[in-house]
Design a protein around this ligand. Structure first.
Ligand code: ATP
Length: 442
């Protein structure tokens, strides 16, 4: 549920993203392509860090979840079984004043408005159903039989591989299968930067459990997923869990909650956590004719597991981390823009500067840079005055700057400057690694 539009509040973030190389409009030299974006040199690092943080928490640090990486194009019958061919539709209406096509529910919620009509009165035709899946053809012949879809979610790749994972690993109920990857939806209304795009990445996990345990696991995953954002530095007061009303639930779903974030345009969905019951496995069993069950040899038990699904959009998470980290403050009477990103997410953990471009400073700074870069992704910068170099790193979200100066050459100490507290102190180069580890917590 999205509310209270105030899209312009995103402008400073969009500008910083472009200026510093986090996010660029796609195909910009050709005028851009609606709702498509590219990640620049800093953005791609941030994205990798977000995906790594998720994978670490959902797969590597657990003994009950394994990963998978499925193809984007799957057998078209997958999408018949999942219900996407018949049900993955949005109600589309066209405004008689401005010609814009919009989603009926977004007009009802006050998110979409006619841009031309002065009193914002609308004249809409009857809504018609619009399927969000992108179609293409596999092979040289473009006919009905060769029609395939770009996946609109990563989850179905997990369900159709349920038996493969069970047979090839030693998983025991309850267990999860996690996947990260691109999904595609021909969204009717995009805008709002990377919040809703037609090509995006998802990080989804299907957690399979005994039916009688699914309510407890649902409670567990609701809390766990909210906490993940808080642990990565997102302001708790800008996060909330919103339980879906019964009339919002899919027919097969017994409960669903969204992790919502207070975006500049209002509270909106960031991640969904859903109890999907046995719907997906049962559908695929029926449509494929295969027996898809869990068989416990030890106590001769067979059952169709129930599923709890936390589903997060990678790009939407990145947008939240950027918005939440974006801060304007003052340093010595001068305005400063700083991205207070969690050290795990920051594209560079440390920047290393020689104070001067002479007197042996660059050689020593290069040495320090190479040493730090062994453990933490670091950035070397010797251009411009030191104040300007600090500002650039503040905008990039770099938590620590290390400066080599005259004194370094005498006593092997460097100045360490903290992005958030602005505190500076001298540290022995030999103690730098331990100091950074203590500060970052890794
Ligand atoms: P909506 O109803 O807003 O279209 P949804 O509830 O269908 O979204 P899900 O299918 O639950 O979304 O997808 C899980 C997550 O994937 C969402 O919480 C969101 O973070 C992300 N997501 C979904 N669609 C998009 C999109 N078009 N662009 C970016 N991220 C998306």
């Amino acid at each position: 549920m999205e509310s209270s539009p105030n899209i312009s509040a995103l402008d400073p973030i969009v500008a910083l993203a472009k200026r510093r190389g986090f996010v660029f409009p796609s195909s910009e030299i050709y005028g851009g392509l609606g709702s498509c974006y590219d990640y620049g040199p800093l953005g791609v690092e941030l994205k990798r860090n977000v995906k790594d943080a998720w994978w670490r928490s959902m797969v590597h640090r657990r003994e009950d979840v394994v990963g998978i990486d499925c193809s984007i194009i799957m057998h078209p019958r997958v999408w018949e079984a999942s219900g996407h061919v018949s049900n993955f539709n949005d109600p589309l209406v066209e405004c008689a004043h401005c010609g814009l096509r919009m989603r009926q529910d977004q007009i009802d919620a006050g998110i979409e408005k006619c841009a031309k009509s002065e009193n914002k009165q609308h004249a809409f035709g009857e809504p018609r159903s619009f399927n969000l899946m992108f179609k293409t053809h596999l092979g040289p012949v473009e006919d009905e039989a060769s029609t395939v879809y770009l996946r609109p979610e990563t989850a179905q790749g997990i369900f159709v591989n349920f038996l493969n994972v069970v047979d090839s690993t030693r998983v025991k109920l309850p267990f999860g299968i996690a996947q990260q990857g691109k999904s595609f939806r021909n969204e009717i209304t995009t805008r709002r930067f990377t919040f809703r795009t037609c090509e995006f990445e998802q990080m989804e996990m299907e957690f399979f459990c005994r039916p009688q345990e699914s309510a407890a696991w649902y409670e567990y995953w609701r809390k766990e997923r909210l906490q993940w954002f808080i642990d990565l530095g997102v302001s708790p007061e800008r996060l909330r869990l919103r339980d879906h009303r019964p009339d919002e639930l899919a027919h097969y779903s017994s409960a669903c909650a969204d992790v919502e974030y207070l975006f500049p345009f209002g509270w909106s969905e960031l991640e969904g956590i859903a109890c999907r019951g046995s719907f997906d496995l049962t559908q695929h069993a029926q449509h494929s004719g295969k027996t898809i069950i869990w068989r416990d040899q030890a106590n001769n038990e067979t059952l169709v597991p129930h599923v709890v699904e936390p589903a997060l959009g990678t790009d939407r998470a990145i947008l939240v981390f950027l918005i939440d980290a974006y801060t304007e403050d003052e340093v010595e009477g001068n305005p400063r823009t700083v991205l207070k990103l969690h050290p795990r997410l920051a594209p560079y953990k440390v920047a290393v500067f020689p104070l001067l471009r002479k007197d042996g400073h660059p050689e020593k700074a290069q040495e320090v840079y190479r040493m730090i870069n062994e453990s933490y992704h670091a950035f070397y910068d010797d251009s411009g005055n030191i104040g300007r170099r600090y500002r650039r790193q503040d905008e990039a979200g770099t938590p620590v700057c290390v400066t080599v100066d005259h004194q370094t050459l005498q006593d092997d100490t460097v100045t360490v400057r903290n992005r958030d507290t602005l505190e500076q102190h001298r540290v022995k180069i030999s103690a730098l690694r331990a100091e950074l580890a203590a500060l970052f917590g890794f």
